[in-house]
Design a protein around this ligand. Structure first.
Ligand SMILES: Cc1cc2nc3c(=O)[nH]c(=O)nc-3n(C[C@H](O)[C@H](O)[C@H](O)COP(=O)(O)OP(=O)(O)OC[C@H]3O[C@@H](n4cnc5c(N)ncnc54)[C@H](O)[C@@H]3O)c2cc1C
Length: 450
């Protein structure tokens, strides 16, 4: 297998690092005898799938379906298979992903390594909840079968373990049955943060999926004003008889052809956009039918939308604050929004969501509480200093920052955020004592260079 030196970045295009890339055609090539990290679709935002001056194994061609039972919805596939490919094959047969992130251009391996969550986390948990088992190529090149019953410690260290326990080779997953490829959605306006929290906490059947878009430039009494978006899968009965209920319809995909100048997204343009969006989307208070692509993957309709932020790229800051008491989460998120709004930094995309209980993954991100995600262009000297201040708020509240989105978290904050880190280190030390699996993120956070 030939290698090539390449400058690589995550979705945020920050940082950019030179790596030695390998692109195997078969699962046996997912393992190299020299130190390495796996990379799926490169949709993590920062340096999780980077290994500066080291090996990066691209899994994209190891993407075969191995078995699918269309009666039970059980699927076995190689780790490079993407969620888009699963939807293409399985949705017409009445099966959908039990948990999906906000893009379908991610690999199965990447979804397990980050233990990704979706808009239904408060009800259905993280991606690992749908994973029956996977096989993992470990440091000495042998393959371990991992499930809740077999090598369970390695299973839970790999779920959310950012590729550092081994290379996931193939995955057995349980899909969920759906009657249609449509979603019944409903929007509600929340005038401030308190109302957004209340609406996100409402339990009813129309809230199978819930997320809030938040206007992070709103200040004063409007701080935290949001559009809360609910959704659930439509039943066949709810659609007109003429419609082919499981057809996905196909959506026009556009490409952002160039990098926008870095000043294009500023507090004035984002404020204007936010005002229009709040009025337009918040106005959709009656239920409406939409399709799976529009509901779950609105951003996928513009390829390379990350060029919006200009050549210097952007970072996504996603944190979760636990609801030990509802006030901890509320006060913490309020302080974060106040800091952001005071700095006049414009986050074009800002999302607030309620999360349910932890999965058991030793480094998994989700915990019962509220998560806020902010996209911020890499611009201005004080950006990273401000994010450090946000970390302090998160640590004090007992929360954490999401590694799949991270490019800059400091080691001390990381250690304070992940209470099961020592258990993870024990497994890592046992199965990979020489840090065969290593990445730029791992070195930054002291996961492989204590
Ligand atoms: C537009 C957008 C929306 C998103 N929305 C969400 C969301 O709603 N919820 C959420 O949780 N996340 C979300 N994400 C983040 C994304 O789901 C995760 O970063 C996911 O891990 C990306 O998968 P990937 O295949 O691109 O992995 P990569 O980015 O290539 O890698 C991510 C990690 O997985 C590891 N990895 C990849 N393949 C393997 C393998 N075969 N074996 C072992 N380790 C492996 C890598 O080493 C790395 O540590 C979003 C990202 C984007 C760009």
């Amino acid at each position: 297998m030939a290698s090539a030196k390449k400058f690589l970045a995550g979705w945020g295009r920050y940082p950019v690092q030179e790596c030695i890339t390998w692109r195997p055609e078969r699962a046996s090539g997912l393992y190299l005898p020299t130190p390495m990290i796996s990379r799926g679709q490169g949709r993590s935002y920062g340096d999780a799938a980077l290994n500066e001056n080291g090996n990066v194994v691209l899994t994209e061609r190891v993407n075969r379906f191995l078995d699918f039972d269309s009666d039970s919805g059980e699927l076995r596939a190689e780790a490079g298979v993407t969620l888009a490919e699963i939807i293409d094959v399985c949705l017409p047969r009445g099966w959908f992903l039990p948990v999906t992130p906000g893009t379908k251009f991610v690999s199965l391996g990447g979804c397990i390594a980050a233990d990704v969550h979706g808009k239904n986390h408060h009800r259905d948990g993280a991606f690992s909840s749908a994973v029956e088992s996977f096989s993992l190529i470990v440091a000495d090149g042998t393959v371990l079968n991992c499930s809740r019953n077999e090598n369970s410690d390695v299973f839970w260290a790999t779920v959310g373990g950012m590729g550092l326990t081994g290379a996931i080779k193939d995955v057995s997953l349980r899909l969920r049955p759906v009657e249609t490829a449509r979603v019944i959605a409903k929007h509600q306006k929340a005038q401030d943060l308190e109302q957004a929290f209340t609406l996100l906490a409402e339990e009813d059947d129309s809230n199978e999926y819930t997320v809030a878009w938040i206007d992070c430039l709103a200040r004063g009494r409007s701080l935290g004003r949001s559009v809360v978006m609910h959704g659930r899968h439509a039943t066949a009965e709810e659609l007109p008889a003429s419609k082919s209920v499981l057809a996905t319809g196909g959506r026009k995909v556009r490409t952002l052809p160039i990098d926008l100048p870095s000043f294009a997204l500023n507090s004035v343009s984002v404020s204007l956009f936010n005002a229009i969006y709040y009025r337009r989307e918040g106005g959709k208070q009656k239920s409406f039918v939409t399709d799976i692509d529009r509901y779950f993957y609105p951003l996928d309709s513009i390829h390379h939308w990350n060029r919006l932020y200009g050549k210097r790229g952007f970072v996504q800051y996603q944190c979760v604050l636990p609801i030990n008491t509802i006030d901890t989460a509320f006060e913490g998120i309020k302080r974060i929004l106040e800091q952001l709004s005071a700095s006049r930094r414009a986050s074009f995309l800002a999302v607030l969501k309620r999360l349910g209980p932890e999965s058991g993954g030793l480094l998994s991100f989700p915990q019962s509480g509220y998560t806020l995600a902010l996209d911020l262009p890499v611009r201005g000297k004080d950006l990273f200093a401000m994010l450090d201040r946000l970390d302090d708020i998160v640590v004090k509240a007992g929360g954490r920052v999401y590694l799949a989105k991270d490019a800059r978290l400091g080691r001390d904050s990381f250690e304070a955020m992940y209470p099961r880190l020592s258990e993870w280190r024990e497994v890592k030390q046992r199965i990979d004592p020489n840090n065969h699996f290593d990445s730029s993120m791992a070195r930054r956070l002291g996961l492989t260079n204590e």
